[in-house]
Each structure stands twice: as C-alpha cells, then as structure tokens.
Design a protein around this ligand. Sequence first.
Ligand SMILES: *Cc1c(COP(=O)(O)O)cnc(C)c1O
Length: 364
Amino acid sequence: MTESHPIGHGGRLTIDLAALRANWRHLADVAECPETAAVIKADAYGCGIARAAPALWAEGCRTFFVAHLSEGLTARKAAPEAAIYVLNGFPPGTAQAYRDADLRPVLGSREEVAEWAARNRAGGMRPAALHVDTGMNRLGLSVPEALALASDPMMAEAGLDLLMSHLVSAEVEHDPLTDHQASEFDRVRAAYPHLRASLANSSGDFLASCRADLARPGYALYGGNPRPGRGNPMRPVVRLEAGILQVRDVDAGATAGYNARWTARGPRRLATLSLGYADGYPRSSTGRGEAVVGGVRCPFAGNVSMDLIILDVTGAPEEVLRRGAPATLIGDGLDLDTVGRNAGTIGYEILTGLGRRYERVYRD
Ligand SMILES: *Cc1c(COP(=O)(O)O)cnc(C)c1O
C-alpha cells in the first residue's frame, strides 16, 4: 500500500496477474504433462475468475476447471473459447444450461452418465469428463464400476473426452496411497484407452509427476506452496494490506480487545488496523496472527474483532507508526501457508475466504 489506507475500505487486496501467469508457465514446465490446465473454482481461489481466466488464457492455458455450473458461466464469459469442465458434476435440471454455455460436466455416477448420454442422443453430442474415485470416497465412479461400464454403449454416447481422478495425499512426499491411486487409475485408463487422462493437482505436479495427459493445478497458481515444508517455488500473487487507524501506548498490565484476552507484560505500543474477521481474516488467528509494519513482524494483541485487529507494534520503527500507514497481513514474507497455519487452517482456506470488502487492485 502506498501512503494512505484505501479510502472507504478497510483493506487493500492486490492481485498480481503477471505472477499468476508466471506460476502457470512454471507449473506447465515442471508438470511434464502434455497439457496443463488451471483450476479456477471458488472465483479463482478468491482472485477473481473474470480477471484470472483471461490472464491465463493469454499465457496459453486452454483448459479450465470450476466447481459449479454458476462458476462455469462466469468462466465462459471470461474465456469464450476455452474447454471448461465443471467438477461437481451434473445436477438434475441443468443439462440445457450446460449445453447452452458449452460447459463440460465431470460425470461422477452411472445416473449422471446415463442422463448426459440421453441428452446427447436427443440433441447432438457434447463432451464430458468421467470421474473415477481411486481412494477419496467423495466423488466419482468406483474403479470396479468404471471397469464394468467401459464396454457399455451408453459410455460412447456420453461423449467422454477426459478421464480423471483426484489424489488423497498429493502434498505428502512418497505417500504409498498416491502410488496405489496411480496404479488403480492406470487400470481404468487401460479400459478407456481413447480418453485423455488427468490426475495431478498442484502438489501432484511436483511430487508425483504428471502420470497423465493433463495436469490440474489450482493452489500453486495463486502462490500457495505445493511442497509443504520445503521452499516455495511459486511467486506470491496476493498481497493484503490494511491501514493503521490509531496508535497508543499502554502500561504494563493493560489489556486489549474483547474479553481482555491479552495483557501487556511491560509498556507496549499498540496499533489498531482497519480489518477484521468480517473481511475474511480468521478470528482463529487470535494469539498467533502477525502483520508486517515497517519491515518488522508484529504479533496480534487480543481477539481479532469484526472490523479491527490490534497489533503489538512495540518493535516497529517509530516513523512508520502513523495514522493511515500500511500494515501487511499477506506479503512481505508472510506467505499464505504461514497465515493459514497461524489461523489453525491451510492457506487454501485463507485464499478462498478473502472477503469482498476490500479495495481490489489488479496488477499486470
Ligand atoms: C480443487 C481441485 C484441484 C486443484 O487442487 P489444488 O490442490 O488447488 O492444486 C484439482 N482437481 C480437483 C478434482 C479439485 O477438486
């Protein structure tokens, strides 16, 4: 944030589209897959489908994944010529909407395949993907089901053009479950030799290699670390800053925030930031959260409130502790994964929970 905090907003979210594009390019290089797609569900992990999809398209990305039909409709506007798959499948009554917007459902049950095939028989062939569950027990046909259906004429009528499965522990290096899933997936691939196949997400790209035709990274595109516990090879995409509203000095024994959950052990200087849990910054960060002020990491003091966070800025340089000066909540070395850990969750949840209340700035 430059000088003053954004007028009329508590915080500023800056999204670096050049970094997003560079991350996709990097993933496409390391994935060793013939093609690398982009997962842009949850409004491109909070970064905005309308801006993220065209940026990725311009970089060469031609295939996108969203979770819901409504997200697919937004993605279609943003990337008119792209192949767009909808992961959560094909709910009753949505066939016409899928067909009108040229979206491809990821079919995950016999019923879904049958209904899509019936629409294709009646109205012309439209492509779809087939999801096989190799261990998550969440979405998709079981392996025996997929094998049994391979020669069913209904499968040909479903217009399938992609076979996919999802890894349970992609971010865990050398997890035997990943190898088991990959070999189960290979058994199904052998029964559907004409279909392109997709298995790896962000972490799978790095740790399990591609093992298929199409990689499906999400989190790493937006700067998340695909290799937890190791150096993050991705560029940060998201920066979150909030302005200082007030600075005050308190004596030893003073408390701060709701329910007096924090007590000054000595004389401390506190700064109040114009951002809180209603902005998507988790209240569970109380006691562990941090922000960077003038290059110094400062701990939260007391509970995260709805619209405010109190920071202990005793260690920060005097000259940056002005009304309107910025504090960085994501960025300046505080990465998504750290912010997630401090909130008792994962960086994914931080990213996708970032509120709609910020001033949004896109850079490219
Ligand atoms: C969300 C999702 C992805 C992307 O995963 P990341 O860990 O964000 O890279 C890939 N495939 C499926 C099926 C997903 O649901």
